[in-house]
Structure formats: C-alpha cells, structure tokens
Design a protein around this ligand. Sequence first.
Ligand SMILES: [Zn+2]
Length: 488
Amino acid sequence: MRRLVAAGVLGWACTFACAETPDERDAGSSPDLGFADGDASTGDGTVGDLGDANLKDAEPEDRDPGDAPSFDLGPGDAAPEDSGPTDLGSSDASLDAGPTPTAPLLPIPGELTIFQLDLPAGVTFRLGEAAILVGPAGSVALLDVGNSNHDDEVRARVAQLNQARGRPAGQVEWIVLTHFHGDHIGAMEGLFTGNDPLTVTRGVVHRGFVDLGEAMNTGDYAQICGLLRGPLAPVDRPLCTSVVNPPCTFSAGDDPAVANDCPGLRAGDLLDPSDDALGLPASFELDGVQISLSAANAWLHDGNGTSALPAFGHNDSNEENARSLVGQIAYGGFRYHFGGDLTGSGDPGEPDVESPWANTVAPTLYGSDGVDVTHVHHHARRTSSNANLVTALCPLDGRARNVIAGINAVYVGSPYAEVLDAFTMGGRLGRGAFWVTEVAAGSANPAAYPDLVVSDGEVIVQTFGAGAGYWVQAAGPSLAARAFTALR
Ligand SMILES: [Zn+2]
C-alpha cells in the first residue's frame, strides 16, 4: 500500500514539476495545482529529461540506504576524530575550534548556527527545503519553510531550538521567502494558523506580490497573501512594487502585476526608515549577524543601486525560480550565500540571472574571496550553478569552501552531476565539501564524488570564534564534522 502511495505521489510530482511543485494539500483543496502539464514538461529542462523510466526508479522503496555505497567523507576525513582542530591545517593552528562535536550541534551563545533541515518525502507528498538560523543571542530566522506538509516538522524544530535557549517555543524574529513555489512557502499557512501558530516579531521578507504567473503555486500564494495582508501585515516587508496591487486570488490570465521598481531592495536596514534614502542594500540583523539582499525578482543591487534585468515571462517554472531573492549571511569573517532556486543555464524558459549577478554584484560584495558556504541554488539541479556563479562564489585558489544543498527523495536527479562537477572538479572546494541532506534517485553517482557528503539528516553550520571559523556537520547517522577558518 505504501508503495502505491509513494509511487503515485512521485509520479504526480514529476509530472507536474520536479523543478518545483505544488503539494498534496494544495491538490486536495484546489483544482489549481499551480502548474499545467504543459508548464511542467518544459519546466526546468530536467523534468522532460526524467522520463517515465526515471520516475519509476524514483520510488523511495527502490533506495535502500543500507545498500548505498559509502560516500560520506573523503579518504582520511571519514572519521570525526580526524576532523577536529588538528584537521584545520597549519595555517589554522591558532584558531580554537574546540573538540569535534560528538552529537548534533545545538545553538550556543555568541555563535551563529544554521540548520539545513532534512525534510523527508514520507508517504504523503513532502517536497521542500527550509533552513533555521539561530543568532548569537538565540533569535531565530527561517530561510524558506518547506511545503504545506512540512509545517509540523518546521514548527517542532523551531520549538526545540527555542527551548534550548529558554525562549518562547513559537517565536521567530524573521522569515525570508525566496520565491512563491510551494516547496519554499507552502508551510506558511500551517505555521501561522491552527492551534499552535508561530509568532514573527520583525519581518517576513519576500519580493512583493509582483510578476506573478502560472508558474507560481497559486494556492500557496493565495494563503500567504492572505496572511501578509491579514494577521502578518505588521511584519510584511516586500521588496518590489507594481503599479497595480494584485489580488490574492491570482489565476491564469490575470495581469501578472509586473514590477515597476524594487525600492525595498535599496532600503538599507529594513526596520529603519531613516536610512532608506541612502540606497544601501536591504538588510536586517539577527543578534549582530547581518543578512543582506542583493537580488529580488531579477532586479540586482550591485552596491551602488538597483537595476532590472531584461524582462522575461511568467509561465515557466524556472521563470518563477529566476525571481528568487539572493542574499548573504555575514558574521565576523564568515560569509554564507543563498539564492533560492535561482537559474543560470540560459536555456529557453530558464532565465540566466546567475551570470549578471556574478558579474555585477559578486565583485563588489565578495571581491576575490568568494564565500565560505554556498547554499546551492535550486536543490543542486542543473538549471543552476553556472560557471560564472561558481567562479564568483568559489574561486579556484585552493582555499576551503563548502556547499550545502537541501534535497529530499522527490527532487529526482538531485544532486545533478553538472552541479557537482561545477563545484568539485579541480579541487575547487579545497578541504571543503559538498554537503547534502539527502540524495534522490537518478542523481549523479555519489561514489564518483569523494567531495560529496551525504548526511541523510540535517546539515548544520556553526561558527566559532564569533565567525573567525565554522564547523560544518552532517548531523545524520554518520555524524561527521569538519572545522574551517573563515576566508576573511
Ligand atoms: Zn525549490
């Protein structure tokens, strides 16, 4: 019985878009699934490639973790005892990373901890990714929230992390929603309604209700729009605007409410109107951690001001992905990049926003250092991570950098070989690695990638020395961790 449910779910998933998908709850509550068949077939260019044979292979029952090859860590690094301070290398000897963690990392005072949640597909349709940031004083930010079947898991993890710091279980300071696909926003409705709603005290940051289209998840959009115009209105922080404010009931054929500006993207501190005229990139603070945004809705902030990329359509799944927010998390010398499901292949229906971002924003933002940790775009699907982006984030200079991907079994094909190649070939990550929550069926062969670390659980990043260095931990059964010096 379970097999039938799972197979049906996965078949449905990939029919409608392994690129991005609405979720089962939406399917049950509304005939509008957010995607038409036609959209999915041209989705991110990966969906059509999967084919029925691959969908059959995607059944989770076909993947016995016990049969998987051992590929958790590269030779010599496999044992946690190898990855303590002595594993930092001679140039890092002065840094005190502390003992190698022997349990999943928990938030600690004075440090930033980022939990890339593992959100297993389960027997219901569970597709999505979410990260929880816990600031040095315990404040919490969510970076996407998973689909509507993940609200219980996200709520429970938020409560656990809050209680570890003596905070109210449901309190969240900030939420960043990269774009309007169900696997990133669908849990919002469940998180803020029902018997045990979260509270958000400072802001829900999103691109604004602009450039909507048939590639968006209409049901999820309607719910989040209702929340942000209703109970969450005091904390609504949209970045872009349109001439006509669209209704929450967007449907096919409606005006997509084309963005005419993104004033929020140059508003500086999102809680401080007094600096809005300075034109600084949008930012907010989480206990001294600076989170800033450099792109939204295919508008870029290059450090001097905002500009729009050439317009593209609204009906392809990757046209919604291409409107993802792009940002960095900075604490001490530590830099973490995120960009939702941003695209870069340049194929039809896959606008290349990665290249202009890499060419115009990254040099100002990151210079020649790149970033310590990249949250890889689009679940490591090959629509993402083009050479321009990878070079900007991970220059080939021998220094250690890390990549993290939020993947579950429904993202059939992830991580793609093209993406793993782009980040790992030629020793680009140095001592770093490409860390994934899970590997989906049809992915690149993990055994071929010694720099791939499969957690089968959360991937946790925690700074030490107030951002002078950081740990990356695969918090699943292997419980492996490595320490790194921050690049700056
Ligand atoms: Zn996604």
